[in-house]
Write a protein that binds this ligand. Structure first.
Ligand code: SF4
Length: 220
């Protein structure tokens, strides 16, 4: 089966067509296509004023075709619901890489962090999504998204999470660029004990509260 060209995908003029075209494109731009995975594009509202960008799909997302569908997605939905924000209606949720990076069995992990070249190859899709959605606020969810999207070198989440970032990426220039924890990071803190987990969870809740203030401050 041939793949649809990058040009054709970037020629789409609405999000719904972009999404279906990319999903069925058989994209081979990076090595993530070598594994038996599907292209997972987005979930949420196609007219949202807030775009949330994660890292890459995991196992559950790859199975059901929607980003943030596994345990991390459940935590995300719950955290937003605590502030009366319905992620289905008020957010457009996507990832830097659209295919799941399956970790080798010996690593003991399920997924690996997408490599720089894989992120670079997938970035035109994300930039096109931003142009089509034209949100007021773009949220990098986790360090990988902050690095890929906001071009922050080796981001220190302890310094940038919960903050607006001043950046010079052309497609983002008229937007509020915000950073928050990835819910998967918060879940991983469970291994360090209840106290550490509770602290990370509280920080995520606070970051979402600040985001809510930004959302309503912009009268959306
Ligand atoms: S991750 Fe992106 S660039 Fe790589 S194969 Fe999937 S859709 Fe294409």
């Amino acid at each position: 089966v041939g793949s649809i060209s990058l040009e054709s995908i970037l020629a789409t003029t609405d999000l719904s067509t972009f999404k279906s075209t990319l999903e069925s494109s058989n994209c081979k731009r990076c090595s993530l296509c070598e594994q038996d995975v599907r292209i997972v594009v987005s979930r949420g509202a196609l007219d949202a004023q807030v775009m949330l960008v994660g890292e890459a799909p995991g196992a559950v997302e790859d199975q059901c075709g929607q980003p943030f569908s596994g345990p991390a997605g459940e935590l995300l939905d719950k955290a937003f619901a605590a502030d009366n924000i319905n992620t289905k209606l008020e957010l457009y949720i996507t990832n830097v890489c659209k295919c799941r990076p399956i970790a080798p069995e010996f690593s003991g992990k399920q997924n690996y962090t997408p490599r720089a070249e894989q992120r670079r190859q997938c970035l035109p899709y994300l930039l096109h999504e931003i142009a089509l959605l034209n949100p007021s606020i773009v949220v990098a969810c986790g360090a990988v998204a902050a690095e890929a999207l906001f071009q922050i070198k080796q981001p220190k989440m302890s310094q940038i999470a919960g903050r607006i970032i001043d950046i010079s990426v052309p497609v983002l220039q008229d937007k509020i660029c915000y950073v928050m924890y990835h819910p998967a990071y918060v879940l991983h803190q469970k291994r360090a004990g209840q106290e550490v987990y509770t602290k990370a969870r509280k920080a995520l809740w606070e970051q979402i509260l600040t985001l809510k203030e930004l959302m309503y401050g912009r009268a959306i």
